[in-house]
Design a protein around this ligand. Structure first.
Ligand code: NDP
Length: 297
């Protein structure tokens, strides 16, 4: 069997297009653009790339982007004061503080300062709680993007066995919550899981969010299963031209067994920014008190 390739890039382009249409409609109805503020502290190279692409994507979607770049030695109190200013700013619908923060800033404290109704990353404990109890809130972008790809491929997920490898607050746990809400039977595996290969072999849906290059092997996969690879791992050394990106799943091995699989790159990666724009747009509609049907995007 050769698995169908789930093209996250194409899906994300479609999602960004739908966001663009609704963003234009928002501007027509309110006389202002939906606004997304991104805060970056320090010079972390990867974070700079992410922030630049988020800003570009925001403008392309017809939304207003507010970028705040602060020096690495910015006191925590100043960062918190900036978040409070953004909370109070009616032109800012969504606030994203790029992680990781420098060591002297307490990430939990900073995230807790964000107004939960502007927390488009879905990292605030209020939004984690809303997700856990099934209330409308903001769901972290990467797992929500994974769910969109799964629903697109499989339709109704009810009754399927799902294994999520990884239990981080950013990916694994919210992914598990989303799959429970879809009536999957969910197992969350992590570094202490025994016989991981056997656990994964039971799954109709495998979501790998580990951060270990090609750890999940082809013979761990149940024939026909749908595999979502969240991992982004750089391998091949640091020499220019030698570095390549691989996922947490052995793509070639798993492709021979799975029914469908996301590639790395070009699978989950492009979904994250598209879902961020989607969350920012939903925030704008909610903050303006305009109804946006639950499944409009
Ligand atoms: P974390 O490091 O926060 O979590 C990794 C999880 O994997 C932990 O729960 C850990 O278990 C588990 N784990 C580690 N080793 C093993 C093992 N040998 N067997 C089973 N489980 C193991 O990572 P994130 O959740 O933040 O990210 C995971 C991956 O996804 C990374 O590659 C990251 O780069 C990528 N990522 C991609 C995004 C995208 O846009 N595509 C966005 C976010 C992340 P334990 O809890 O026991 O330590």
């Amino acid at each position: 069997m050769t698995a169908e390739r789930i093209d996250g890039k194409i899906f994300a382009e479609g999602l960004r297009g739908r966001v663009g249409v609704l963003a234009a409609e928002f501007t027509a109805r309110t006389g202002r653009k939906a606004g997304l503020a991104v805060v970056l502290v320090g010079e972390d190279a990867a974070s700079q790339v992410y922030v630049r692409s988020k800003g570009k994507a925001t403008i392309e979607a017809g939304m207003a982007g507010f970028e705040h770049r602060l020096p690495a030695d910015t006191p925590e109190a100043d960062l918190i004061a900036l978040v409070e200013t953004l909370n109070a700013d009616p032109t800012v619908d969504g606030i994203l503080v790029q992680l990781p923060l420098p060591a002297h800033c307490d990430e939990g404290k900073v995230i807790a300062t964000i107004n939960p109704d502007k927390d488009v990353d879905g990292f605030h404990v209020i939004n984690a709680g809303r997700l856990a109890v099934g209330q409308a809130g903001f769901v972290p972008c990467t797992p929500l993007g994974c769910l969109m790809l799964l629903r697109d491929r499989l339709g109704d997920l009810s009754g399927l066995d799902a294994v999520v490898i990884g239990r981080s607050n950013i990916v694994g746990k919210p992914m598990a919550q989303l799959l429970i809400a879809q009536s999957c039977t969910v197992t969350v595996a992590h570094s202490r899981t025994r016989n991981l290969a056997d656990v994964v072999r039971r799954a109709d849906i495998v979501v790998a969010a580990v951060g270990r290059p090609e750890m999940v092997k082809g013979d761990w996969i149940k024939p026909g299963a749908t595999v979502i690879d969240v991992g982004i791992n750089r391998v091949g050394g640091s020499e220019p031209g030698k570095t390549r990106l691989v996922g947490d799943v052995d793509f070639a091995g798993a492709s021979a067994v799975a029914g469908a699989i996301t590639p790395v790159p070009g699978g989950v990666g492009p979904m994250t920014i598209a879902v961020l724009l989607r969350n920012a747009l939903v925030a704008a509609y909610r903050n303006a008190g305009i109804d946006l049907p639950e499944n409009a995007i």
